[in-house]
Design a binder for this molecule. Structure first.
Ligand SMILES: [Zn+2]
Length: 645
């Protein structure tokens, strides 16, 4: 389906075609001889019926020679003999009966779930290749991520290289005196055209470190794991360290949480809370689509990355207290866990099988990411890990952020999804003016879709039914879904057209009519301008090392309209030295329309600027319950948030 897949299909086809051509040549020779005999016979017997005989022969001939070349057998060894060097040592062994004279080994340029070209090949060093006897093989780079080796027809080769691993994020690698964490997509090369072949990975841990990964172990081989293909291999990160582990079971399936590092966590409590999250997801789908599941928690860094039967999570080691902070961690867990359904199995169009060498463009990240973020909070409410009030407060804050973002009129959810590769992962000072986040707005719009379905079906259906349908009719049947599929399924559940909804809020940039969605639940969206009439500059500033600098300027603010720039250093206001605290109090004593004189450094030139203060019309949003709900509102509210109105 993706370019990479079609390439593998093409290469198989090419082989088949070549042998077919050979067969045809041989057949042609046979046929010619047969034809002569037949023609001879026909002349003798006055019959001219050799053609059917010929056709029969030509049908038989290829069947006799349908020998497919065996797939390469691939095994890796990953060692870490000197953790302080941050170098993972990789050995890749390729055994292949049909080894070509030149083989190409490729390093992925990105890893699924994190939509940015990361050029993992840049961390490869000390590459070498050898034949079975250990003889050195010549090789060369043919592009940024491809190593071409002259195999000389050897049926076995070994490539050795090191990967510099000194960046702890969920999509990169780190090896140091404390642990090793790596993503296989950033570490292990694949044979060109060979993404559908199985492989094994043997890990040689440093000292007494243990190994955690979602890959199944190979029986009888220590610290050795197998992957059925590269979409599985590249989907399974490794944590190798002195981690602590806690286990629990849901619906007979073993789950484990691996904590790497010290912190203020309570393993038992965390396991109990994660159990509740898993149970709520199970309630939606009626099954857990894996044999076992591993949560890898590194107590440093931040963020998470979803995988088929594992997730990599990173958080501050002291993020487990107080309760409000801990709920943030549980939200991260719920997000990455829910992905094992939404995106890893319920897959938008191009997201799997993957092309590891190019961007994989989809307009559906708003559903994959925003929808997952929506469900992560919903799972927490349903599990009783946050209250309905806390949930609605979060949603209010998300609406407020979106409504104060000028970029909402510039970029739709679909455009934001499509351009993730060049925009979401490459935010700059102008992002607020020309982008929306497919996470944040995606969460809100999937929520509005849910509320629309609940209202239209009078509570009989919800987004849960859409997810279940996608799971049963798409994932279970080996299909990815399109935008049209999603809209059609949502419309079936709602029992009405949602064309207007998708046109305005998914494909378009119209402001959302929030009240129309919240009203049926007995909720009102209150909009206030608490600071209107107060003097206002409108630039986002930060103070660092005694310098007060503008970080970004939302469009439509006085700062934007009067020409302040991102990067401008505010030195003084009306001749007084400007600190952030002083500027705030100085401006607070003035009225909209008052003039001040800014002294700024723009680049390395000092200048003065007359500035007219504006009025702070930043809107605040809060979701409130109506004073006297009708029965239908009470019912929909309870169905939705599992709490009395
Ligand atoms: Zn996500």
């Amino acid at each position: 389906m993706t370019p990479q897949t079609s390439r593998s299909i093409v290469s198989v086809k090419e082989n088949t075609l070549t042998s077919r051509r050979r067969n045809l040549k041989a057949m042609h020779r046979k046929v010619s001889r047969t034809a002569i005999i037949f023609i001879f016979a026909a002349i003798i017997f006055g019959m001219y019926q050799e053609m059917p005989a010929q056709k029969k022969k030509s049908k038989k001939a290829p069947a006799a020679k349908q020998v497919k070349p065996a797939a390469p057998e691939i095994s890796y060894t990953v060692s870490m003999s000197k953790p302080a060097t941050h170098l993972l040592e990789v050995e890749m062994h390729v055994k292949w009966q049909s080894m070509p004279a030149q083989i190409e080994l490729k390093m992925p340029v990105w890893t699924p779930g994190s939509y940015l070209i990361r050029e993992y090949a840049r961390h490869v060093q000390e590459f070498a290749a050898a034949g079975a006897s250990g003889s050195k093989l010549n090789w060369r780079k043919v592009n940024k991520n491809t190593w071409q080796i002259d195999t000389g027809g050897a049926s076995e080769i070994t490539a050795r290289y090191k990967v510099y691993a000194n960046e702890l994020t969920v999509r990169t690698n780190e090896l140091n005196s404390d642990h090793a964490f790596w993503n296989n997509g950033a570490t292990l090369m694949f044979v060109k055209g060979g993404l559908r072949v199985p492989s094994t990975v043997a890990v040689k841990p440093f000292g007494s470190w243990k190994v955690a990964t979602g890959l199944p172990p190979v029986a009888g081989a220590e610290n050795t794991f197998r992957a059925s293909d590269y979409d599985v291999l590249y989907d399974s990160p490794f944590e190798v360290s002195d981690f602590r582990e806690v286990n629990f079971t849901v619906e007979g399936k073993p789950h484990r949480v691996v904590f790497s590092g010290d912190g203020n966590y309570d393993m038992k409590q965390t396991a109990a809370d994660i159990t509740k999250i898993v149970e709520q997801a199970y309630k939606i789908f009626g099954e857990l689509p894996y044999d076992d599941y591993t949560f890898i928690v590194n107590l440093r860094g931040g963020g998470g990355l979803e995988h088929l039967n594992s997730t990599a999570l990173q958080t501050n080691r002291f993020a487990f207290k107080p309760a409000a902070r801990y709920k943030g961690f549980l939200g991260l867990v719920a997000h990455e866990y829910f992905h094992c359904f939404n995106v890893k199995r319920i897959r938008p169009d191009v997201l799997g099988p993957f092309d590891y060498e190019n961007e994989n463009y989809t307009t559906l990240l708003w559903m994959a990411e925003g929808g997952t973020e929506y469900y992560s909070n919903l799972l927490l409410v349903r599990a009783g890990l946050i209250t309905d009030k806390e949930y609605l407060a979060q949603i209010s804050s998300a609406i407020q952020q979106l409504q104060n973002r000028p970029g909402r009129f510039e970029t739709s959810l679909e455009q934001a999804s499509f351009d993730a590769w060049i925009k979401y992962y490459r935010q700059d000072e102008n992002s607020i003016n020309n982008q929306v986040s497919y996470y944040d707005k995606g969460e809100l719009i999937t929520m509005m879709l849910d509320l629309a379905i609940r209202e239209a079906s009078d509570g009989a259906k919800s987004l849960d039914d859409v997810m279940r349908y996608l799971y049963a009719e798409f994932y279970k049947k080996g299909k990815n879904y399109s935008r049209a599929d999603l809209q059609k399924i949502a419309e079936t559940m709602a029992g009405k057209s949602l064309d207007d909804f998708f046109t305005k809020y998914v494909g378009g940039t119209e402001d959302v009519d929030w009240q129309s969605f919240f009203g049926p639940l007995g909720l009102t969206v209150n909009v206030t301008l608490p600071n209107t009439g107060k003097a206002y500059i409108g630039a986002d500033m930060a103070e660092e090392g005694g310098r007060l600098t503008i970080r970004s300027i939302p469009a439509g603010t006085p700062a934007y309209d009067q020409g302040l720039n991102t990067g401008d250093q505010i030195v003084a206001v009306d001749g007084y030295r400007a600190s952030q605290a002083f500027l705030q109090s100085y401006v607070a004593e003035r009225k909209p329309g008052d003039k001040v004189r800014f002294t700024i450094f723009r680049f390395d030139v000092m200048r003065d600027m007359e500035f007219t203060l504006g009025s702070n019309d930043r809107r605040e949003y809060s979701i409130q319950k109506v004073a006297a709900p009708v029965d239908a509102q009470r019912r929909l509210y309870k169905q939705y948030l599992n709490a009395e109105f």
